[in-house]
Design a protein around this ligand. Structure first.
Ligand SMILES: C[S@@+](CC[C@H](N)C(=O)[O-])C[C@H]1O[C@@H](n2cnc3c(N)ncnc32)[C@H](O)[C@@H]1O
Length: 323
């Protein structure tokens, strides 16, 4: 089995629960030399299963069973390979505002000044609108008024927010920022979601509608090299929070290693919601902690793991010191 075939075989397992359709496509591709040959020549990051599926959808592939989908992709091989080669994974998951909100609530508990929120790898900036949506934890009171309503269940011992964070300034950095007012960019945001998850598409469009009249400022650039210049625009007296949500894994390893120091040098807080291994120091800290429902994604603040959460934020499991 080639490395790419193996990658798709693993994706078929990892995508279970995310999308039945993409699971079927990944399983089919893992044993389909003709289709694998289509992407074998691309740089590794552009052979990523979810990127290829998004590229195919972007080009018009039908949300159909593998034999039909495969025939379509082969018939449009050139355009699909070109889209996979030039685009990047930019899934802007509004559900990550749930762990973001929990982390901002923790910052607010110990800081009096309003927050300056700077997101690295912001995509279309949907998570920068964290205080413009509404939330309900464990079926309780709704916090906020805007759409979408984001819901989560929690396990373990932790505090859920009772008020919105006071965000006085916000901006994002992305290698290729997406504009929620640009129809082609919105079409790409849609293509990045599995076609068989209508609720995720609805949530995406609700967030786009909420932000469309006043979208957050996005700066095109490489996260770590651009960070200090964008942070220089933060008005004096605010509490800087640099958020990194589902993005650290895409940074080159030296930039990932430099992230905590770069944020500390600016006097800011690093709020990360990432796979544990993507944030320096987190795997070591986790060895002395436990939570009722561990997941691959960890919410951390300044290197302190706070909670595990599902990749889309709807299940949160608070961490505490192991007995
Ligand atoms: C998976 S998306 C996550 C988007 C958003 N943070 C969220 O959680 O919904 C990762 C984003 O990081 C951006 N990205 C990847 N490498 C980057 C880098 N070195 N500098 C800035 N942005 C980067 C990509 O363009 C993409 O929009």
């Amino acid at each position: 089995m080639t490395q790419t075939a193996d990658w798709y075989a693993r994706a078929a397992i990892e995508l279970a629960g995310t999308s039945e359709l993409q699971t079927e496509w990944a399983r089919g591709m893992a044993t389909d030399p003709e289709l694998l040959a289509l992407i074998e020549g691309l740089p590794r990051e552009h052979r990523q299963p979810s990127l290829l599926f998004s590229a195919a959808t972007w080009c018009g592939a039908p949300p159909a069973a593998y034999p039909i989908w495969r025939a379509w992709v082969l018939a449009h091989a050139e355009s699909v390979a070109a889209a996979a080669a030039t685009r990047r994974t930019q899934t802007n998951e509004v559900g990550r505002c749930i762990p973001l909100l929990l982390g901002l609530d923790r910052v607010t508990a110990s800081a009096v000044a309003p927050i300056a929120l700077l997101e690295l790898g912001a995509a279309a900036g949907l998570c920068l609108g964290v205080d413009r949506y509404s939330y309900s934890f464990d079926g309780g009171t709704i916090l906020g008024e805007g759409a979408p309503l984001l819901t989560a269940t929690t396990t373990g011992e932790g505090r859920t927010p009772t008020r919105m964070p006071n965000i006085a300034w916000r901006a994002g950095i992305d290698l290729a920022p997406l504009d929620v007012r640009d129809a082609a960019h919105v079409r790409w945001l849609d293509a990045l979601l599995p076609p068989d998850r209508p609720a995720r598409h609805e949530r995406l469009h609700a967030a786009i509608s909420t932000l469309a009249t006043d979208p957050p400022r996005l700066v095109a650039g490489d996260a770590i090299p651009t960070l200090a210049a964008v942070a220089a625009d933060v008005p004096p007296g605010l509490t800087l929070v640099v958020a990194c949500l589902g993005t650290a894994v895409y940074l080159p390893p030296p930039d990932r290693a430099a992230l905590p120091g770069a944020v500390a040098a600016l006097g800011g807080h690093l709020l990360a919601f990432e796979s544990a291994a993507s944030v320096p120091g987190i795997p070591d800290r986790l060895t002395a902690m436990s939570a009722p429902e561990p997941t691959p994604f960890v919410l951390s603040l300044d290197g302190e793991p706070l909670a595990y959460a599902s990749a889309h934020g709807d299940r949160v499991s608070w961490l505490s010191a192991s007995d």
